[in-house]
Design a protein around this ligand. Structure first.
Ligand SMILES: Nc1ncnc2c1ncn2[C@@H]1O[C@H](COP(=O)(O)OP(=O)(O)OP(=O)(O)O)[C@@H](O)[C@H]1O
Ligand SMILES: Cc1ncsc1CCO
Ligand SMILES: [Mg+2]
Length: 268
């Protein structure tokens, strides 16, 4: 794990091109900005090539796409591959909605993601393993999460980050488990979208080692949330404050240091 990538990211300030969703677009843009990269969003296929060329990495989020947008998403994915820009995929609710499943499986034959980041329900669906996904949430199942993450990575020949209480990051061979985080993340819709785009920001400054980028991005985000939660629970242990958490998460993404992350990091 190379936590110093955080300093590299802030020094380079890479442009991260996102196809985002209308629910969480502002959190995603501000999260990327706060940590030290530079977000740009677009829904227009005619500017796709310019966007991809200027970007250090591309993040495709499937939170709320429409039929006309599929062509743009396909074009962006293919361009990212063509120009060798790290491509991160967030397959929101792919396990819960048939239309998404059909669309995303179709798109995966047109371009190749370098990193897929999703919750258990989403990663199990892409691995074609049994799981009861629930809307945008992970849902429940009895499968082994390590095996599900590894199966997905092997099926799509990419790095997978299966997020949740523990994040499982794998290249299909090695599995790194990140134990940081806080249940408060689940009270803020868009935590998943944010971590996917922040992993993209780390990928932009670690293009030669995307496995490391996914691990570090996952750890920095989870540890930052944990630091905020510790501070909020110190103030008032009896009340969870998701609104305050979201605001302070943004502040902490901007101010967190390598040493802060190292002090709480728990992974193996
Ligand atoms: N119970 C938990 N304890 C600790 N950390 C958690 C917990 N649940 C989620 N996280 C963290 O929250 C972040 C988002 O992961 P999550 O699995 O909730 O994504 P998601 O389901 O796609 O979210 P969203 O609904 O926002 O799209 C990750 O950094 C993950 O480590
Ligand atoms: C709530 C919701 N619906 C579609 S996308 C989204 C945000 C989580 O990705
Ligand atoms: Mg999600």
């Amino acid at each position: 794990m190379k936590i110093e990538l955080l300093e590299e990211l802030r020094e380079q300030n890479p442009v991260i091109f996102n196809i985002s969703n209308f629910v969480t677009v502002q959190d995603v843009a501000n999260g990327i900005n706060a940590i030290g990269a530079s977000p740009i969003m677009s829904e227009e296929v005619l500017e796709a090539e310019e966007m991809v060329k200027m970007a250090g990495a591309v993040c495709l989020n499937f939170g709320a796409f429409t039929q006309p947008q599929i062509n743009q998403i396909r074009t962006v994915g293919k361009l990212a591959n063509e120009f060798h820009k790290p491509l991160i995929l967030d397959p929101v609710a792919v396990g819960a909605v048939k239309f998404r499943q059909e669309t995303i499986f179709g798109l995966l034959s047109d371009f190749h993601p370098d990193i897929i980041r999703g919750n258990a329900g989403e990663i199990a669906a892409l691995a074609e393993l049994e799981w009861n996904a629930k809307g945008i949430d992970a849902g429940d199942g009895t499968g082994d999460l390590t095996e599900i993450a590894v199966a997905c990575a092997r099926k799509w020949h990419c790095i997978v980050m299966l997020s949740g209480t523990i994040d499982y990051v794998t290249d299909g061979q090695t599995v790194v488990r990140i134990e940081n985080g806080t249940p408060l993340f689940q009270l803020h819709v868009g935590s998943g979208d944010m971590v996917s785009s922040i992993v993209a920001a780390f990928a932009a400054v670690s293009a030669d080692n995307l496995f490391e980028a996914a691990q570090t991005g996952g750890l920095v985000f989870a540890a930052t949330g944990e630091l905020v939660a510790n501070h909020l629970l110190d103030e008032d242990a009896d009340h969870l404050r998701p609104g305050t958490f979201a605001v302070e998460l943004m502040d902490m993404l901007h101010n967190v240091t390598v040493a802060d992350v190292e002090a709480v990091a728990e992974f193996d």
